[in-house]
Write a protein that binds this ligand. Structure first.
Ligand SMILES: NC(=O)c1ccc[n+]([C@@H]2O[C@H](COP(=O)([O-])OP(=O)(O)OC[C@H]3O[C@@H](n4cnc5c(N)ncnc54)[C@H](O)[C@@H]3O)[C@@H](O)[C@H]2O)c1
Ligand SMILES: O=C(O)[C@H](O)[C@H](O)COP(=O)(O)O
Length: 346
């Protein structure tokens, strides 16, 4: 009898191949193609956002653990998993700094284009978790006035300085969303950016979505861009990826194929978190594993807006990436799967 557990992994998770093999039988498949038949052999799944882990995939299988190498976990039916004793492990915070750099790259490019500086602008951060708190911290460091909205946190910490969404929207020149996709619960985010959201937003505001496409009502966002209510939209996450809305693609000032978190350190941390979860679950000696070929990023808490802006093009050119997606929207997944992961520099 072979005592090694059977692990089924997404073949597009970088740095993973060879790591679990001394301890597990491992099969690699395209994340979007993992089927119930494949899962029927697996003790654990190591996935990305491309594998929908629900009853259809998991029903009657021996899967005991789903480790996702991502922050977001809306691709996993957590209620089903909890009812069937399937553990879920996420890579909390892994690529938060990658998203920070993405948002700051967008703002730096827009500041040059429209000739403003952070001291003249109010930055509204909606969702102040691992990503949002970094954006707020660096936003303040760069000189923005920063407003925060996070009702779940406000409820837990009423003494902290959070605003309701309805108070943030009319004041913020830039609204950047960093919420999870929650379909239910006390603070749902599904279609949160609706027609009434854009009616309340400050005229001429910039809207940035790097969280999940489904938090936005596309028609409402398109309407806000066409009417001039918004000056710009920056869109990284889309409804119905990879079949994205062509009108939104043409109207967004910057449009990218869900790569805001695609830094090399973010990917390394995501894979390391998934390996740790599998290791802890099966008792492998891999709890502290980190890809040896990657240098972890070092935060630069003293970076200035000017230095960030001048340095950014060496690492990330959001205009060029927008052009790349616009010229070949059908290559959405291909661009992601062959992405040259960016280096985090602050
Ligand atoms: N585009 C990308 O590449 C990329 C990369 C990383 C994360 N993400 C997305 O960004 C999301 C946020 O990431 P994170 O690491 O900051 O998550 P997090 O869980 O650390 O923080 C999310 C925050 O949102 C708050 N929140 C929940 N409901 C809210 C609501 N209705 N209004 C306002 N705030 C609300 C929570 O209280 C929490 O503080 C992830 O869930 C993921 O979907 C996208
Ligand atoms: O939630 C996350 O971590 C991000 O959306 C992440 O960048 C998505 O990564 P992917 O599923 O493409 O590996």
């Amino acid at each position: 009898m072979n005592a090694k557990p059977y692990v089924l992994a997404d073949c597009d998770i970088p740095f993973l191949k060879g790591v679990l093999e001394p301890y597990a039988r491992v099969q690699y498949l395209k994340g979007s193609e993992i089927s119930h038949c494949d899962a029927a052999r697996a003790d654990a799944l190591v996935v990305r956002t491309r594998t929908h882990c629900d009853e259809r995939l998991l029903g009657g299988t021996p899967v005991g653990l789903i480790a996702t190498a991502t922050i977001g976990h809306d691709h996993i039916d957590s209620e089903y998993c909890s009812r069937h004793g399937i553990a879920i492990a996420t890579a909390q915070g892994c690529n938060a700094r990658g998203v920070l750099q993405y948002v700051m790259a967008a703002l730096a490019a827009l500041a040059v284009r429209d000739e403003w500086s952070p001291a003249d602008r109010t930055l509204g951060v909606v969702g102040v978790g691992n990503v949002g708190s970094l954006i707020a911290e660096y936003g303040e460091l760069f000189g923005f006035r920063v407003l925060r909205c996070d009702p779940p946190k406000a409820e837990r910490n009423p003494q902290d300085d959070y605003l309701p969404l309805g108070e943030l929207l009319p004041q913020a020149d830039i609204v950047t969303c960093h919420v999870p996709l929650n379909r239910t619960g006390n603070y749902p985010t599904l279609r949160m950016a609706s027609a009434s959201f854009f009616e309340a937003i400050k005229p001429g505001a910039i809207f940035i979505n790097t969280s999940r496409g489904k938090i936005v009502d596309d028609e409402a966002l398109i309407g806000a861009l066409q009417s001039g209510r918004l000056s710009h939209a920056v869109v990284d996450t889309w409804n119905n990826e990879p079949d994205i809305h062509p009108t939104l693609l043409s109207l967004a000032t910057f449009a990218t194929p869900h790569i805001a978190g695609y830094s090399i350190q973010g990917k390394a941390a995501g894979t390391a978190a998934a390996v740790r979860a599998v290791s802890e679950f099966f008792g492998f000696p891999l709890n502290g594993w980190y890809p040896p070929q990657v240098t972890p990023s070092r935060a630069d808490p003293n970076i200035t807006w000017e230095r960030m802006r001048e340095t950014m093009p060496r690492y990330f050119r959001i205009e060029a990436e927008t052009q790349r997606l616009r010229s070949a929207p059908s290559a959405f997944e291909n661009i992601r799967n062959n992405y040259d992961y960016r280096t985090e520099f602050f």
